[in-house]
Design a protein around this ligand. Structure first.
Ligand code: B1M
Length: 226
């Protein structure tokens, strides 16, 4: 029997992350896809809501790293399936440009960055995801190797934030900065910070990253009204 995609479905999805129920999460994700759920909705309205609650409890000292890690594993399993489905949408389109994306040195959070990569790909970008804990040279080498139009840097941690500025400084030193757009994102990244370090834009979520990158690269596409 097909399930219904409604508020209750998204709540159940969030609960699988909170309770660390991996099998149930995968089942609900697959059942949802079969019933026609928008995969980005399943991430944002379902799984992300669950991990946000877990993050709050971790921040408040109610739960500890093992519980956080368990919830993150469930979230990762679910998003891996959904990311693949999101990417399929863009696989047959002409490329709007090439972007290198990675999480900066000192930070191993990869779920949000991978969602952003998938949504950019679904929207016609050629995305090279170079992973997590990426140092300056690896970012720079990847831009050169792929002759990229843009570089995307992500972090969820406050401590290594200045690594973003260090990458931009190195791009300036080697004469790369004017040729490559830079977009930054992740929860501690504000517009003010992006301006301060000389980034071209900040993406506040995956759709916003598409919007900002389109603007930077001069891509015009019809937009859904709010
Ligand atoms: Co960590 N963690 N974590 N964690 N973790 C946070 C970020 C934290 C806020 C939790 C808390 O204390 N409340 C806190 C950071 C505090 C701070 O620095 N201000 C924290 C901490 C402290 C840590 C450790 C240091 C804990 C420890 O070891 N004591 C450690 C870090 C180690 C390291 O990196 N060196 C750590 C580890 C982990 C896990 C491994 C257990 C796991 C990550 C698993 C993984 O990624 N494979 C984890 C998780 C899951 C979280 C929370 C709970 C959830 C992150 C997530 O996946 N969100 C997080 C709290 C929170 O954010 N609520 C937390 C879902 C995802 C879809 O959203 O990543 O925000 P998000 O991405 C969004 C936007 O931010 C934006 O679009 C995405 C999609 O909408 N976006 C971009 C992101 N990047 C973008 C780039 C762009 C554009 C938009 O352009 C390029």
């Amino acid at each position: 029997m097909s399930i219904e995609i409604n508020e209750e479905y998204f709540e159940k999805l969030a609960l699988t992350v909170i309770d660390g129920e991996e099998e149930e999460c995968i089942k609900l994700v697959n059942d949802g896809l079969e019933a026609g759920v928008d995969p980005l909705d399943a991430v944002e309205k379902g799984l992300a809501r669950g991990i946000d609650k877990v993050g709050e409890d971790f921040g408040a000292g109610i739960i500890f790293l093992p519980e956080l890690a368990m919830a993150a594993d469930v979230m990762k399993q679910g998003t891996a399936i959904l990311d693949e489905r999101i990417k399929e949408v863009g696989s047959t389109r002409l490329s709007h440009g090439k972007i290198i994306i990675g999480t900066i040195k000192g930070d191993i959070h990869d779920i949000g960055k991978s969602v952003v990569a998938a949504v950019l790909q679904a929207n016609g970008y050629d995305v090279v995801d170079i992973g997590i804990d990426i140092d300056i040279d690896t970012f720079i080498d990847a831009v050169k190797e792929h002759d990229a139009d843009a570089l995307g840097m992500s972090t969820l941690l406050t401590l290594p934030l200045m690594e973003m500025e260090n990458v931009i400084k190195r791009m300036q030193e080697i004469g790369m900065r004017d040729k490559v757009k830079v977009i930054v994102g992740g929860c501690p990244v504000t517009q003010e910070f992006a301006d301060e370090i000389g980034a071209d834009a900040v993406g506040f979520d995956a759709q916003d990253a598409v919007f900002k990158l389109d603007r930077l690269l001069g891509i015009n596409r019809p937009r859904k009204s709010a």
